[in-house]
Design a protein. Structure first.
Length: 277
């Protein structure tokens, strides 16, 4: 197992908190999580990809985890994509491999729209456009956990486990959810900002993400979860096929996991490793 080193990246819009697995002088794989997740969503993958020849850096988006919470109106796909490009520059990488899950996948597409020449490869994990309404409703409902105040971190993590949406539950998910907590006197509450998440969920630029599909000219991968979320697809079949027809060097891998389980599915790691070479 490769353990990460955590550090901060000061940027124009605010400071991002990050974790690095592997050697800091190695090729950079930059990882961006989903709507209300954090850098620990990539622990499973990073432990298996990083090494002497590859560093894996995962960030907390602004408003999540231990990154800065910035004012209303500072979020959205393009703003986060600009953060990614600035952060990669700060890490000394003119070009880098990008891996995004859920909202992070959409941010990756936005980054390709802004500066496709900087992405060696682009991995989209279970998102590429507009999810089906029932899946979006489940994601929106999941943000209610950010209002919680609990006596113990294990109470918070247990509620999420018992809700049964994150499947299969394993030792990696407590890392994600316990990490987002901060103390509130003698109790605990999530530090991740619900308003930031809602601004990103409802941002108008999510409806324009398909406009950047033609910029996906680098080798790319779409990992699609085939187990529905709340009875619906995050990547509808029509979007899968339309993206495959647009992106000239795209491989599609479909896995029998749901939107969360795909992040600890060995098939995801295998597919990403094959793309990275």
């Amino acid at each position: 197992m490769t353990y990460p080193v955590e550090f901060d990246i000061p940027l124009t819009r605010g400071t991002l908190h990050a974790a690095r697995w592997g050697e800091p002088t190695a090729l950079l794989t930059f990882c961006v999580h989903g709507l209300s997740a954090n850098l620990h969503a990539f622990d499973f993958m990073a432990e298996r990809l990083a090494g002497p020849d590859r560093q894996v850096v995962a960030i907390d988006l602004r408003g999540r985890g231990r990154s800065d919470i910035t004012p209303a109106g500072t979020y959205g796909l393009e703003a986060h994509a600009e953060d990614v490009l600035e952060a990669a520059t700060a890490l000394g990488a003119d070009r880098f491999d990008y891996v995004g899950w859920s909202l992070g996948a959409l941010i990756g597409i936005a980054a390709a729209g802004l500066a496709a020449e900087r992405l060696r490869t682009l991995t989209l994990i279970d998102h590429c456009g507009r999810e089906e309404p029932a899946a979006c409703a489940a994601v929106r409902q999941g943000l209610d956990r950010l209002d919680a105040v609990v006596d113990r971190p294990e109470d918070y993590v247990g509620r999420i486990r018992d809700a049964g949406v994150v499947r299969p539950w394993n030792d990696y998910w407590p890392r994600v959810y316990a990490y987002e907590l901060t103390s509130l006197g003698e109790r605990f509450t999530p530090r991740t900002d619900k308003a930031a998440c809602l601004e990103d969920l409802d941002s108008p630029d999510r409806d324009r993400v398909r406009d950047s599909w033609p910029k996906i000219t680098m080798p790319a991968l779409l990992v699609r979860a085939t187990v529905p979320l709340n009875g619906a697809d995050v990547v509808p079949v029509a979007d899968r096929d339309a993206l495959r027809a647009t992106a000239t060097d795209l491989r599609v891998v479909e896995l029998p996991s749901n939107h969360f389980g795909v992040m600890t599915d060995p098939g995801t790691v295998t597919a990403v490793a094959a793309l990275l070479g």
